[in-house]
Write a protein that binds this ligand. Structure first.
Ligand SMILES: *[C@@H]1O[C@H](CO)[C@@H](O)[C@H](O)[C@H]1NC(C)=O
Ligand SMILES: *[C@@H]1O[C@H](CO)[C@@H](O)[C@H](O)[C@H]1NC(C)=O
Ligand SMILES: *[C@@H]1O[C@H](CO)[C@@H](O)[C@H](O)[C@H]1NC(C)=O
Ligand SMILES: [Zn+2]
Length: 423
């Protein structure tokens, strides 16, 4: 599909779509259970629910003994609960009515936003609410106006609905310096991830003189890799995760762009699944622009970090199978530096390890592709979630989480500067 023709019509489409989102999708009566499989058998039985459109796994069911939060719409609650009882699966009702949680989130978010200065002033500390996509764009633009000597933005491509996917680039990009690449927001509902990326950007740009790593390392940050999904989650359906492209022969919309990469990608026949990887790799522009970045910078990319929520993990390849990447010891070292720096802030404990062994296997993931195609080191970090009460943190906790996360991410930059940064 050719770009320019696509773009004008997609922009009109996006406008129409946003007019149609007249009101928030309601989670009235939706419940969340914390469910803990005690055997492989129970795990397998639970997974049979994964493709049911009335069920949403907030965390994927993974290892025996690890609990997952599973949300059920009113129409399947009694069957789901009966199933849990019948198979003697440990479970606990933790959210009685999900809509109440999101009402509280919206209220707190808008109150905090009203208290803060407009987001056009980098450094004014507005990490007290989740920013809209247009606030994020205004901020990036303002930052490049004020600090144009050390950073600039680049539009890497356009989403299905025609939104610009922008990267902030900090450094020289002269073709010799090592590059660290951060992407956040590929999963729309993980709102804390873009906030963490923006805080990283702010620290690096505003305090650039104090960061020795910037003397030898270039940094690329994509704060919102999936803008269509982010907007949709923000304005309409809070728990939207995927892109917003339509699927042939299905009423279900969207692809999990983090399952749409061409390393150990697997076909799947269920477009309604939250982890649907598409009909082929790179059908989604959100994945294709990342592929193109790797192709462009090749061996210069030393570290790739995908920022997600939630779970408190630093996960390294491979994710597609229970196999460690050859240089897993370097990954382990870098991951432990990350975790230790965060622990030292306020005692938050991250687990560091191989993605498949620590959590679950996932095909066609962005971090695997990064390691396969370009990056020397690659990881997915899962930031903290909203405790028992919600998917994301309350707005009042954003600041403390992005601050501690920054301390960890800074270690990633130190790692690359110390190993590669001679220039
Ligand atoms: C979801 O589960 C309910 C209850 O078991 C069942 O009636 C329904 O057919 C399922 N839907 C799908 C798409 O599997
Ligand atoms: C959709 O259906 C048509 C006609 O049955 C078929 O040719 C096509 O391959 C299907 N596409 C997908 C993605 O399943
Ligand atoms: C530190 O952790 C405690 C307990 O988990 C929490 O109550 C407090 O808000 C945290 N403080 C910061 C600055 O993160
Ligand atoms: Zn995610």
């Amino acid at each position: 599909m050719k770009h320019h023709k696509m773009k004008a019509s997609s922009l009109i489409l996006a406008t129409i779509i946003s007019l149609v989102w007249s009101k928030q999708f309601s989670y009235e009566g939706y419940k969340v259970w914390s469910v803990t499989p005690k055997s492989d058998e129970q795990g397998k039985l639970l997974l049979e629910w994964e493709n049911n459109v009335s069920i949403d796994f907030w965390e994927q069911v993974s290892k025996i003994g690890l609990s997952s939060r599973i949300m059920a719409a009113p129409d399947v609650q009694s069957q789901f609960e009966e199933f849990l009882v019948e198979h003697n699966i440990d479970h606990k009702l933790i959210i009685e009515n999900v809509e109440r949680v999101f009402e509280r989130e919206r209220l707190e978010n808008s109150q905090n936003k009203a208290k803060s200065t407009p987001n056009s002033q980098p450094g004014s500390g507005n990490f007290n609410h989740f920013w809209t996509f247009s606030e994020i764009n205004r901020y990036l633009t303002q930052l490049t106006i004020l600090y144009g000597d050390i950073c600039h933005t680049e539009t890497l491509g356009f989403s299905y609905e025609g939104r610009a996917m922008r990267a902030l680039k900090i450094g020289r990009f002269d073709g010799t310096r090592p590059i660290v690449f951060f992407e956040a927001g590929v999963h729309a509902r993980e709102w804390i991830a873009p906030m963490a990326a923006l805080y990283l950007i702010e620290q690096l740009v505003i305090n650039h003189h104090t960061h020795y790593e910037l003397q030898s390392v270039d940094v690329i940050v994509i704060p919102v890799l999936n803008p269509d999904g982010y907007e949709y989650s923000y304005n309409y359906e809070r728990l939207w995760r995927k892109t917003r492209s339509p699927n042939a022969n299905s009423t279900c919309v969207g692809v999990d762009a983090n399952r749409n990469f061409a390393h150990e990608w697997r076909p799947s026949n269920n477009p309604c699944s939250l982890t649907y990887g598409g009909v082929a790799p790179f059908t989604e522009p959100e994945a294709a622009i990342v592929r193109d970045l790797y192709a462009r910078y090749q061996d210069l990319v030393k570290f790739h970090i995908g920022i997600h929520s939630y779970g408190l993990y630093f996960l390294y390849p491979w994710g597609y199978d229970f196999v460690n990447i050859d240089n897993w010891e370097d990954h382990d070292l870098a991951g432990n530096n990350f975790a230790e720096a965060i622990f030292n802030v306020n005692g938050t404990i991250y687990r560091v390890g191989n993605a498949a062994m620590l959590l679950y296997t996932a095909y066609g993931g962005g971090s695997d592709y990064a390691a396969y195609a370009a990056a020397e080191l690659s990881a997915t970090v899962e930031l903290p979630g909203g405790g028992d009460s919600g998917f994301d943190l309350p707005a009042e906790r954003i600041e403390s989480v992005v601050k501690e996360t920054w301390m960890g991410l800074e270690q990633v930059l130190h790692y690359v500067a110390d190993v590669h940064g001679s220039k």
